[in-house]
Design a protein around this ligand. Structure first.
Ligand SMILES: Cc1cc2nc3c(=O)[nH]c(=O)nc-3n(C[C@H](O)[C@H](O)[C@H](O)COP(=O)(O)O)c2cc1C
Length: 494
């Protein structure tokens, strides 16, 4: 069972040797960032700074910073298991026979149990305070940042028209002890709630939930799907909610800290710059101002944070979880997709590599256009399409396919469309060029000359060598190629 709150998550990390507690006094102004940056890049542990300068609250960073910890957070062996669990539900067919009926009922119950549940009391309200952000060890991450930023919040709003809840992760620049900016970008659901608001929009911010609930704030779900339901699905139990004290919203009962408040119609200020996950400072821009009306917390609350900057950083693994979780949904819409990979170095919006079962002329272009029309993937700047036998996670194989199969004049598609708000290279604000590279084999109808046959060893000889490998006295139990093929087969089964 995944951890039910932040403290049981920390216990689990401790037991697994995945947490280091730092008792030395460390400054949340830049010093923590430098320590975290070095730790993340060396695949190091989660860090709990028990004595951050200027605050009584411990500061937790790098809780998600490796593939293993991200899998531990979800209680799975590997991140591919997340996609399998989603596929299991999405591909639910009318059951044949009693056994399948019972299994089907189990899955439906699992879905029903995912819905958040309202409870009367929550640990997050053990202490109720006048708002005072000065109490928290909020990190000032990079030298060019103008102020400290809350970087790992779950921001809760309701669509003013439908009442539907939204939970998103948007950085919050501290203005003073009672106000912050709210950096929801133009394409995000939080920004849509804000655009639809009347005079005032209630906002609540949960800090330090169980790891799955924290993750779910970053999940790019369609607007009408509650992120807390996704969290309940993966937790295996509903997220418990309590009514906020001063705003008309419910908040996760297990949060370490909750900030309550509101945004007023038309009130904007200049947010940023901020050292961002693009590896550059995102520029100053107008964003709304969040006024705090209350601050509630658990006793001895732990403050969570994340450092973003030039990749790879901790957020790489939140992104990889999203990539795996959403693969089945992407394949529901575009079933010819075998797998996809969003390289961490591509900051997630810069590049998508996708493998397809190619069946007709122009198939790769169809898939590019589908991706450019699909949820947040629509912001992808470049799409590389390869054949189903290419492992999209093996960038050497992808590079080989691009080099070997592309005639740049015929196979490169240039277009334009919406781009991520953080894309500093875009020609215009949130808008600019797109590139698609068709690195699949070419059919004659696509203007290809007769396509040569790929070199592949026969299955019998591969099996023979697998069987006899130890007899040869060579290291390891299989060749590198054998392992790569194994990875590929796993993906195809997903
Ligand atoms: C660490 C981290 C920080 C993020 N910061 C922001 C941000 O400041 N603004 C933003 O619009 N999206 C940010 N995102 C991405 C959003 O959380 C993500 O797009 C999410 O799906 C938004 O939810 P929504 O579509 O419900 O609005 C961040 C993601 C992570 C993992």
């Amino acid at each position: 069972m995944p951890a039910s709150d932040l403290r049981s998550w920390l216990d689990l990390l401790r037991r697994e040797g995945e947490l280091v507690e730092i008792d030395a006094e460390v400054d949340p102004y830049l010093e923590v960032t430098e320590i975290v940056d070095r730790t993340v890049k060396s695949g190091g542990p989660a860090l709990l700074f028990t004595n951050p300068r200027g605050s009584e609250h411990p500061l937790l960073v790098n809780q998600f910073g490796t593939e293993r910890r991200m899998a531990l957070a979800f209680g799975v062996e590997e991140l591919d298991d997340l996609g399998r669990r989603v596929a299991d539900v999405l591909e639910l067919q009318p059951p044949q026979g009693l056994v399948e009926k019972v299994k089907g009922l189990g899955k439906l119950k699992q879905l029903a149990d995912s819905m958040p549940k309202t409870v009367s009391r929550g640990a997050c309200q053990e202490v109720v305070l006048e708002p005072n952000l000065d109490l928290l060890p909020i990190q000032h991450c990079w030298p060019g940042d103008p102020a400290p930023f809350l970087t790992l919040p779950a921001v809760i709003t309701r669509d003013p028209r439908t009442g539907q809840r939204n939970v998103g992760m948007y950085r919050m620049q501290k203005i003073d002890a009672r106000t912050t900016f709210m950096h929801w970008q133009i394409h995000k659901d939080g920004a849509a709630d804000w655009r639809g608001m009347g005079d005032r929009l209630d906002v609540a911010v949960a800090l330090g939930c169980d790891p799955i609930t924290t993750y779910s704030a970053s999940a790019p779900l369609p607007k009408h799907i509650d992120e807390l339901m996704l969290a309940g699905f993966f937790r295996g139990e509903p997220v418990e909610l309590v009514g906020a004290k001063t705003v008309d919203l419910e908040v996760p009962a297990n949060a370490e800290i909750v900030l309550e408040g509101y945004i007023e119609q038309g009130e904007l200020g200049t947010e940023g710059p901020f050292g961002d996950h693009t590896g550059y400072y995102s520029p100053e821009e107008p964003f709304p101002i969040f006024h705090l009306t209350a601050m509630t917390m658990r006793r001895d609350a732990i403050y969570p944070s994340i450092v973003v900057g030039a990749p790879p950083q901790e957020d790489a693994w939140l992104g990889k979880a999203t990539e795996r979780i959403f693969l089945p949904a992407v394949r529901m819409t575009v079933p010819e997709i075998v797998d996809y990979d969003l390289p961490v170095a591509g900051a997630f919006h810069n590049c998508v590599i996708v493998s397809i079962r190619k069946a007709f002329p122009g198939h790769a272009r169809k898939v590019m256009n589908a991706i450019w029309g699909l949820g947040m993937l629509s912001l992808s700047k470049s799409v590389v399409v390869v054949d189903e036998w290419v492992d999209v996670h093996d960038y050497e194989q992808v590079f080989f396919a691009v080099g070997a199969n592309v005639d740049p004049k015929r196979d490169v598609v240039l277009g334009e469309g919406p781009l991520d708000q953080l894309d500093h290279a875009a020609a215009a604000f949130c808008y600019g060029g797109k590139i698609g590279i068709d690195a699949t084999h070419k059919l004659e109808a696509e203007g290809g000359r007769p396509w040569p046959e790929r070199i592949e060893m026969s299955a019998e000889v591969r099996e023979l060598v697998d069987r006899r490998w130890t007899e040869y006295g060579l290291a390891g139990d299989a060749s590198a190629n054998g392992r790569a093929r194994g990875r590929m087969r796993r993906k195809l089964r997903l």
